[in-house]
Design a protein around this ligand. Structure first.
Ligand code: G3P
Ligand code: CA
Length: 293
């Protein structure tokens, strides 16, 4: 009996003494628990090529962006096109081609009229002749060139959700979960939810003013119908990220181009960054290594 007691005492002593060593070695084996920060090509690789053109999307794919962002609007004749601004003046030669159509609102033009425009020269003469692509042309290019990166679609106007979903379904992007959605319009995300399969995420974009209106109420509201929040770079803090993650919301930040911002956001553990320069993920990886070696 005495011998068993001694054995038990020795075993317990050994176990307690060796516990820290066991824990340390298992921690070393575990992969870094650092969540991956997705690189989202903002309007394509729009730092290098005219935004929302096949050239900018192709470049984003070549730069291994994790997502390719496409802002989607609808023309007067109900064609879905890739375009950020509500008007054509900044990114096309509409003022020259249609001098009497001011203010050149996208929704006031048919697709055939838009097709006549040059959407590349404003950025650089090398891109003269780039066209405004349809969403379908973007999808076809990604499929033809075997691009793996999913689409990150922003619905720029409520009411286009069914048309967008129909197109994605037609090309298998919905079934393959090769898409994520975002919008500044809650009603657009709420309209999307019943149209899309489980597992496709909805991100509520928030502007500066809204973000300063009351974080916890805003997050509580968004968590009812969305899977994440898109925050402006100027708003993001550790508290914002912790509060959003605390409600099960992922955090995507727009738009992060400067290296010091990339480094700062690395420490905050955000889930994704919109950037015009998707070839800069190395800086993120580097600063992660730097911060967590
Ligand atoms: O969609 C993320 C970011 O693009 C939102 O701002 O104006 O660039 O569409 P904006
Ligand atoms: Ca956008």
């Amino acid at each position: 009996m005495r011998r068993i007691t001694v054995f038990r005492l020795c075993f317990c002593a050994w176990f307690l003494l060796s516990l820290p060593l066991v824990l340390a070695s298992s921690a070393a084996r575990q992969p870094s628990s650092q969540p991956k920060t997705d690189i989202i090509a903002h309007r394509g690789a729009s730092g290098y090529a005219p935004e929302h053109t096949l050239s900018s999307y192709r470049l984003a794919a070549c730069m291994q962006a994790d997502y390719i962002e496409v802002d989607v609007q609808m023309t007067k004749d109900r064609k879905l096109i890739a375009m950020h601004d509500a008007t054509l003046a900044r990114t096309t030669n509409a003022e020259t081609v249609y001098p009497r159509r001011a203010p050149w609102r996208v929704n006031d033009f048919s697709f055939a009229e838009l097709r006549r425009l040059d959407a590349g020269s404003w950025f650089d003469p090398r891109f003269a002749g780039e066209r405004i692509p349809t969403l379908e042309e973007v999808i076809q290019m990604l499929k033809a060139e075997r691009v793996e990166a999913p689409l990150y679609i922003e619905t720029k106007q409520p009411g286009i959700e069914e048309a967008v979903v129909h197109l994605l379904k037609k090309h298998g992007f919905l079934q393959q979960r090769r898409v994520m959605f975002q919008s500044f319009h809650p009603e657009s995300l709420q309209a999307l939810r019943p149209l899309i399969p489980y597992g496709i995420r909805l991100i509520q974009l928030v502007g500066k003013k809204e973000a300063h209106s009351g974080r916890d109420e805003l997050l509580q509201q968004i968590a009812i119908y969305a899977d994440g929040i898109g925050l402006p770079l100027s708003v993001v803090t550790e508290e914002w990220v912790r509060a959003a993650h605390g409600r099960g919301l992922i955090v995507h930040v727009y738009t992060v181009n400067e290296p010091h911002d990339l480094a700062r956001l690395c420490t905050l553990g955000v889930d994704g960054l919109f950037t015009d320069y998707p070839d800069r993920p190395g800086r993120i990886a580097a600063c992660r290594r730097l911060l967590h070696h």
